[in-house]
Design a binder for this molecule. Structure first.
Ligand code: COA
Length: 154
C-alpha cells in the first residue's frame, strides 16, 4: 500500500529520483519551480515522484515520473500516472501531455496502458537540448515522442 501526496514545503526535493527520469539537473531545477511535485511513500520510504506543470489554461504536462529502482516493475509507475490524471481532472484540465524519448520503450508502454495516445514527434529534441548522447535499450535517444490524454474536448 502506497500513499501519494504533494511534496510538503519542509521536504526537500527528491533530486536523486527526479534525475532517473531526466539526466539534466539544470532542467529539473527549472521545471520543479513552476510545477507541483508529488511524492509516493511506502511507510516512511520515499519511492516515487512526479511533477505536474501547467502548460496553458486547460493543458497540464507530466514533466517527470520516476520510481526508485528497487521498487520498479511493481505497478508504482502506473499508480503515479493514474494519480496525475485524477489531479489534472480535479484541477479542471482538458488535456494532459507527456513526452518521452524514442528509446524509452517501457515508458511508451506504460503511458499507452494508462490511456495516452501518441500525438507528435519533436525530431532531434534530445540532440539539440542535451550535451551528452543518451542510449537506452541499445537505441539512441534522439526524438521526443509526445503523448496526450484527453479528459474532455475543448
Ligand atoms: N520491462 C518491461 N516493461 C516494463 C518494465 C520492464 N522492466 N517496467 C515497466 N514496464 C512497463 C510495462 O508495460 C508495465 O505494464 P504491465 O504492468 O501491464 O506489464 C508498465 O510499464 C507499468 O509498470 P510499473 O510497474 O507501473 O512501472 P514502474 O513502477 O517500474 O515505473 C517508470 C515505470 C518508467 C516510472 C520507472 O521504470 C522509472 O522510474 N524509470 C526511470 C525514470 C524514467 O525513465 N521516467 C520516465 C521519463 S519519460
Amino acid at each position: 500500500m502506497i500513499q501519494i501526496r504533494p511534496l510538503s514545503r519542509d521536504q526537500s526535493v527528491p533530486m536523486d529520483l527526479l534525475l532517473l527520469a531526466d539526466p539534466s539537473k539544470e532542467k529539473v531545477l527549472a521545471y520543479i519551480q513552476s510545477g507541483s511535485c508529488y511524492v509516493a511513500f511506502h511507510e516512511q520510504e520515499l519511492i516515487g515522484v512526479y511533477v505536474l506543470s501547467s502548460r496553458s489554461q486547460h493543458t497540464v504536462e507530466i514533466m517527470n515520473v520516476a520510481v526508485k529502482e528497487s521498487w520498479q516493475g511493481k505497478g508504482i509507475g502506473k499508480q503515479l500516472v493514474r494519480h496525475a490524471i485524477t489531479e489534472a481532472k480535479t484541477a479542471g484540465a482538458h488535456t494532459i501531455e507527456i513526452g518521452t524519448g524514442n528509446s524509452s520503450i517501457h515508458q511508451l508502454a506504460l503511458y499507452q496502458k494508462c490511456g495516452f495516445r501518441l500525438t507528435s514527434i519533436d525530431h532531434d529534441f534530445f540532440l539539440k537540448h542535451y550535451d551528452e548522447p543518451i542510449y537506452e535499450n541499445g537505441i539512441q535517444c534522439m526524438d521526443m515522442v509526445r503523448l496526450s490524454y484527453v479528459l474532455q474536448a475543448d
